[in-house]
Design a protein around this ligand. Structure first.
Ligand code: ZN
Length: 195
């Protein structure tokens, strides 16, 4: 009678499945050990206690290491030429992988001081913006002054950002976290319009 018509209960999930769902192909090494036949060339099929679905959960999804591949070549579970090619592919992929990780790390480190400077400049503009917006109840010179300063802060920030983007790290010699936007402000002209 074919296996498909017989059923068996899984010892893990307790579900009944056709017997074929319990078939497990041993590795060649396991087959040789089980059947005590070192000259065996075909993998043996046994009936497992667990159904196929429960065994799938147990299976590791990690890629094989070079050592595991070599063991499988020795046991005959992977043909030698295929196994050797797998190891060669791994070896070739390794330096590229390492170089990529290092480049990404370096780019992050390099970008860090730049981000800090930009953050400081942006925070200064935000302070001028707050001062301007909270002075709407004021009249006259103070309000004009606050508006002018806010405008200048935005202008200077844009200018410094352009320099940072164009010159990169070299610009950090002149522009740093302590750079005060106000030192670049133009003097407010006398004729500046009343708000
Ligand atoms: Zn099961």
């Amino acid at each position: 009678m074919p296996n498909a018509t017989k059923t068996k209960t899984c010892s893990k999930c307790n579900e009944e499945h056709p017997l074929s769902k319990f078939e497990r192909r041993l590795t060649l090494a396991q087959s040789k050990a089980l059947l005590r036949n070192p000259n065996l060339t075909r993998r043996h099929v046994t009936i497992s206690k667990l159904c196929r679905y429960c065994r799938q959960d147990m299976k590791s999804t990690k890629p094989l290491t070079a050592k595991q591949i070599r063991n499988k070549i020795t046991s005959g579970d992977i043909p030698q030429l295929v196994g050797e090619q797998m190891i060669r592919d791994m070896r070739e992929a390794l330096p590229a992988k390492r170089a990529k990780a290092m480049k990404e790390r370096w780019q992050k480190v390099k970008a860090q001081p730049m981000l800090q400077v930009k953050d400081s400049l942006s925070r200064q503009v935000a302070t001028y913006a707050r001062r301007f917006h909270s002075s709407t109840y004021l009249r006259g010179m103070t309000k004009q002054r606050n508006k002018w300063n806010y405008q200048e802060a935005r202008r200077v920030k844009a200018e410094l950002f352009r320099r940072l983007d164009a010159e990169g790290l070299a610009a950090l010699e002149d522009i740093n976290e302590n750079t005060k936007l106000s030192t670049f402000f133009k003097p407010m002209p006398d004729s500046w319009a009343e708000i």
